[in-house]
Design a binder for this molecule. Sequence first.
Ligand code: SF4
Length: 239
Amino acid sequence: MDKSIFETYAGLEAKALLEPVLRDFKGRAAVVSSFGAESAVLLHMVAAVDPSTPVIFLDTGKHFWETLHYRAKLIDRLGLTDVRSVSPDTEELATADPDGTLHKVNGDKCCHVRKTLPLQRALEGFDVVISGRKRYHGAARATLEFLSLADDRLKVEPLAGFSALDLDAYRKAHDLPQHPLTEIGYFSIGCEPCTVQGGSEVDPRAGRWAGTSKTECGIHWTHNGKDMPLEVTGRLSLA
Ligand code: SF4
C-alpha cells in the first residue's frame, strides 16, 4: 500500500471519508464491528454508502445474548447484506481453551485465539479495514489517526474525532436503536465474562477487563506492533 493514499483522503472524516474509500476499494474493504454500544453510528454510515460492504463480527462464543439480538436488529434496520460472523478455529480453541475458562487466567491468550487469529483469517484478501474507534476513548486511542498503515493494509477510522455527544446526536438524528445493555449502565460492551456495568463519557471503557491492566483485546495490534505477552507456540504463534 502506497503512503500517497493518505493525501487522497486527507482532511476527510466520517461519511465523507467512507464514501471515497468504499468506492475506490469496493470488494477490497471490510468493516470490523463488535455490534456494541457505539456500533450503530458507523454501521449506519456504511449502509448509507454501500449496504453490501462486508462487515466482520467476531463471534467469540462469549458474547452477551443481548449483543447477538442487537446484531440481528441492526442488520435488519440498516439493510446490511454481508455481515460475516467469524468464529474461532475449533482445533485452536480445543487446544488453548478446552474448558472455556482461559479468560480467567490469560485474557490476552483468550483474545488471541477467539479474536485476533480469526480476524487475521477473515481479513485475508482485503486491502482496507475500517473500524469505529474514537480518540475520546483515551489511553492508546487518544492519538488515533483517521488513516494508518498496518500489515500493508490501510486502516480507516472514520469516527476518530467523534465525541460521546457527537455519537448521541447522530443516533438521535437517525433514530438508531441502542444496544439494550446501555440502558442499564454499560458504556462499552465486549464479551460477557470481561465486561461489567460502568464507564462514563470520559472513561467509556472502564467496564472492560475491569480490575486488570488489560485495556485492549489486541485485534488492532499489527504483527510487528506489539509482542503478544503470551506463551503461545506452534500454530498459535504470530512469529
Ligand atoms: S474479551 Fe474476554 S472472553 Fe472475550 S476473547 Fe477476550 S479474554 Fe476471551
